[in-house]
Design a protein around this ligand. Sequence first.
Ligand SMILES: [Mg+2]
Length: 263
Amino acid sequence: MKLVALVFSLCTIIISCHGSLELEHGLSFSIFPLRLKSGLGGHYIPETSCSSWRLGVEAHNIIEWTSIPQECVDYVGNYLLGKQYREDSKAVTEEAYKYAQSLNLVGDGKDIWVFDIDETSLSNLPYYAQHGFGVEKYNATAFNEWVDLGTAPPLPESLKLYRRLLRLGFNIVFLTGRPDSQKDITLKNLKNVGFTTFHTLIVKESAEYNGKTALTYKSSERKKLEEKGYRIVGNIGDQWSDILGTNTRNRTFKLPDPMYYIS
Ligand SMILES: [Mg+2]
């Protein structure tokens, strides 16, 4: 009897909570509103604001940031090293694959899918895990030393997408902000981790793009590809500067990256 009364009371509480949401929004939500900013017992969950910060970053509402908020180091680290980063990446690449499957390729080898390198094809997480997941100010010397090792692992969901796109008949172009001096080690790194077949790797020539943004550089290189007769039918990157600008064509796909921002 006591159990029945307890269940009845809980149902009444849940219904009344949902009822207040209906009143406010005119819609019915199946979430528990009291958990928005506090856990059981009403304890504040500090990660809530970091979660909002990450959403702002991914939606490109928060821009031009130079480091992650100090209070979000643990949150970002847990996100990247836990399951969510992989699952979020998978959601993006699965959608990209669905789109790719829906296309009828011409079959002349000119259908191009553009992949960015850092945090899209190759992961620098081993480096960033040693440098506060983006809380430390960018150190070009230390980062280049890491890149020059050529030991960056692949992002597994991106590698899967890459293999699927090859099977569908796409030509892959890697377009990266890495400089010409890192082209050889990047080629070696890509091939060592499974990106063995591709059309070309485009690196940033300092003479032509000195002082230019990644957005300008990548738009310009995509334009050159299209002027050569290639059709860019898909484009994937972790930065908004990978997918905004010109010559992006029909669909672009944004992978998560809460570690750094490149304009
Ligand atoms: Mg990148």
